[in-house]
Design a protein around this ligand. Structure first.
Ligand SMILES: N=c1c2ncn([C@@H]3O[C@H](COP(=O)(O)OP(=O)(O)OP(=O)(O)O)[C@@H](O)[C@H]3O)c2ncn1[C@@H]1O[C@H](COP(=O)(O)O)[C@@H](O)[C@H]1O
Length: 87
């Protein structure tokens, strides 16, 4: 099962090699403003799922939010260590 660090390593590789059809590459090319909008959208979906949907659907929305946060980290050159030091 994939965890936060494994996903980050995968996305870092995608950013470097830029494989065709990668949504991550597409999102990185769209820039911080577009990624930020996606984060806000996914955060709202997490909130709505938590209030009105199942735990499974909520977990899925949270995974999507984590994904988009990681894309923003890549866009800003931040690593998980940069985040962990604030936890
Ligand atoms: N974990 C994710 C992941 N979570 C969310 N998303 C993206 O976030 C979108 C989810 O948004 P919604 O469900 O709200 O759907 P939507 O608004 O209709 O989506 P869009 O129209 O915005 O694409 C999906 O369409 C994906 O584009 C993800 N995209 C990729 N990954 C993983 O990231 C890795 C690299 O992916 P690629 O760069 O695409 O190869 C792979 O392991 C993927 O499994």
């Amino acid at each position: 099962m994939k965890n936060f660090d494994a996903l980050f390593a995968e996305l870092s590789e995608k950013a470097l090699t830029r494989p065709e059809g990668s949504g991550t590459v597409r999102e990185l090319d769209a820039g911080v403003h577009a990624i930020g909008k996606k984060i806000v959208e996914e955060a709202a979906e997490v909130w709505m799922a938590a209030e009105y949907q199942s735990d499974t659907e909520t977990a899925e929305e949270i995974s999507q939010l984590l994904y988009h946060l990681q894309v923003l980290m890549l866009a800003k050159g931040l690593t998980p260590t940069d985040i962990y030091r604030h936890l």
